[in-house]
Ligand binder design. Structure first.
Ligand code: SF4
Ligand code: SF4
Ligand code: F3S
Length: 370
C-alpha cells in the first residue's frame, strides 16, 4: 500500500528530522527495557529496505484502535508505521474497496505466506455461525481461521481482540471471543496488546522488537509483552505517595481530589491492572496525559476481568502489596500540599525511559519469591 524511502545518514528520514528519529529510537529502546545503546540497531532495522508485510483484519471494533495509531505525534506515528511495515490490507486504511480490496488481500496472503504479520482489532463473534460480523459476506471468524495459520505471527491489538473487551460484556449476545481463543490449538503465535484503545507505542514497540531481533518479545501468561505490561499501574502512579499515606479523594471535586490525592476510593483499578500508562502517557502532550493524571480513576481497560466487567466505581482488589517504583516515601499530613506538588513534579519529570529502566521491584520481586 505504501512505499518506504527511509535511509540512514540523510538529514531527514521520511520527513522526520534525523535528531527526532534517533530520539524516537532511543525512547523505543528504553520503553522495551533495552539499553539506550540499542537505538542504532533499532534505527537500522526501521530503515532496512525490506519491510514486513502486514495484513490488518477488523472484526467487532469501534476503529478506536486504528485511530489511536494515527493520532500519535513526535514523530507522526502513521509516518513511521506506514514506512516501517508494508501495510498490505486494512479495511480502514485501504484505498481500494469491495472486490478489489478482497482480491488484493488474497493475492498478498498467497505471495507472503509464512512471512506476514496478521494484526486483528476487534473481538470475533462466534454465536449463530459468526453472522454478527461479516467481511465481504463471510463471517470474520472464517477469514481469521484461514488467514492466521499462514502468518508469521498474529497481533491482537486492543482489549476487544485480546480478551473480548466491550463486545463481550455481559450478556455477550454475539458470543464475542478473543483472537487467541479462536486460534487455540492451531499452533499460531498470538501476542496481545490490550487497552481500550491500547497505547500506540506498545504496538509499535512490539513491531520494532520483532524487526530488530527477528523474534518476539517475552510474553506474560496473558500473552502480553512483558516490557509493556510487566508492572501494575499502581507501582508507577504519581499519586502513589498519597495511597501510602492514606490520603484519598472521597468524591469528584472534593478537596482531596483537587489536591491530587489517590483515587482508590473512587474505584481506581490501578492496583489490579498491568500496563505502562503512567510511564509512557498518551498523545505526546506531556505530563498528566493519562486517565489518573487527568483526575479519573483507571477503570482497568486493559485487564481481563476488570475493565467492562467490574463496575466503574467498585474499589479495586489489590493483587499484591507492591512497593512504589520510584516515588519517595510520603511525608507527614501537614505537608500534604507539598506532597501533591512533589508527586506532580515527579510525574512531570518521568519519561518513558526512566520508568522502564527496571527500577520497580513489584512484580519482579514477587516472581523471584515464587
Ligand atoms: Fe474500540 Fe476499545 Fe475495542 Fe479498540 S479495544 S476496538 S478502542 S472498543
Ligand atoms: Fe494511583 Fe490508582 Fe494506585 Fe491511587 S489506587 S496510587 S490513583 S493507581
Ligand atoms: Fe486503561 Fe487504566 Fe491505562 S483505564 S488507559 S489501563 S490507566
Amino acid at each position: 500500500m505504501t512505499k518506504g524511502h527511509a535511509r540512514q545518514g540523510t538529514a531527514t528520514i521520511q520527513g522526520i528530522s534525523r535528531r527526532d528519529f534517533m530520539k524516537f529510537c532511543t525512547v523505543m529502546a528504553v520503553s522495551m527495557g533495552l539499553p539506550e545503546a540499542m537505538a542504532p540497531r533499532i534505527a537500522a532495522a526501521v530503515t532496512a529496505p525490506k519491510r514486513p508485510p502486514v495484513i490488518w483484519l477488523s472484526a467487532q471494533e469501534c476503529t478506536g484502535c486504528v485511530e489511536t495509531l494515527l493520532r500519535a505525534t513526535h514523530p507522526t506515528l502513521e509516518h513511521l508505521l506506514l514506512d516501517l511495515i508494508s501495510l498490505e490490507y486494512s479495511e480502514t486504511l485501504c484505498v481500494g474497496a469491495g472486490h478489489q480490496a478482497e482480491e488484493f488481500r488474497a493475492r498478498s496472503i498467497a505471495a507472503n505466506a509464512g512471512n506476514f504479520i496478521l494484526v486483528v482489532d476487534g473481538a470475533i463473534p462466534v454465536k449463530d455461525g459468526g453472522i454478527y460480523c461479516k467481511i465481504a459476506g463471510r463471517p470474520v471468524v472464517d477469514i481469521l481461521l484461514e488467514t492466521a495459520p499462514q502468518a508469521a505471527a498474529v497481533i491482537a491489538i486492543g482489549s476487544c481482540a485480546s480478551w473480548g473487551g466491550v463486545p463481550s460484556a455481559a450478556p455477550n449476545p454475539t458470543g464475542a471471543t478473543p483472537v487467541h481463543k479462536i486460534l487455540a490449538g492451531s499452533g499460531c503465535v498470538v501476542i496481545n496488546i490490550p487497552g481500550c484503545p491500547p497505547n500506540p507505542y506498545n504496538f509499535l514497540s512490539t513491531i520494532l522488537y520483532y524487526l530488530t531481533f527477528k523474534r518476539l518479545p517475552d510474553l506474560d501468561d496473558k500473552l502480553r509483552p512483558k516490557f509493556a505490561y510487566g508492572r501494575l499501574i499502581h507501582e508507577n502512579c504519581e499519586r502513589r505517595p498519597h495511597f501510602d499515606a492514606g490520603r484519598f479523594a472521597e468524591e469528584f471535586g472534593d478537596p482531596g481530589h483537587r489536591q491530587g490525592y489517590c483515587l482508590y476510593k473512587l474505584g481506581c483499578k490501578g492496583p489490579e491492572t498491568y500496563n505502562n500508562c503512567p510511564s509512557i502517557l498518551y498523545g505526546d502532550v506531556g505530563s498528566g496525559s493519562w486517565p489518573v493524571g487527568t483526575g479519573h480513576p483507571c477503570f482497568g481497560c486493559s485487564e481481563e476481568g476488570v475493565g467492562f466487567t467490574v463496575p466503574l466505581h467498585t474499589p479495586a482488589r489489590p493483587l499484591h502489596v507492591t512497593p512504589p517504583a520510584m516515588f519517595p516515601a510520603a511525608i507527614p499530613e501537614e505537608g500534604a500540599g507539598a506532597t501533591a506538588l512533589a508527586a506532580g513534579v515527579a510525574g512531570l519529570a518521568l519519561g518513558a525511559g526512566v520508568v522502564a529502566l527496571g527500577l520497580s521491584l513489584g512484580k519482579q520481586a514477587e516472581e523471584e519469591e515464587d
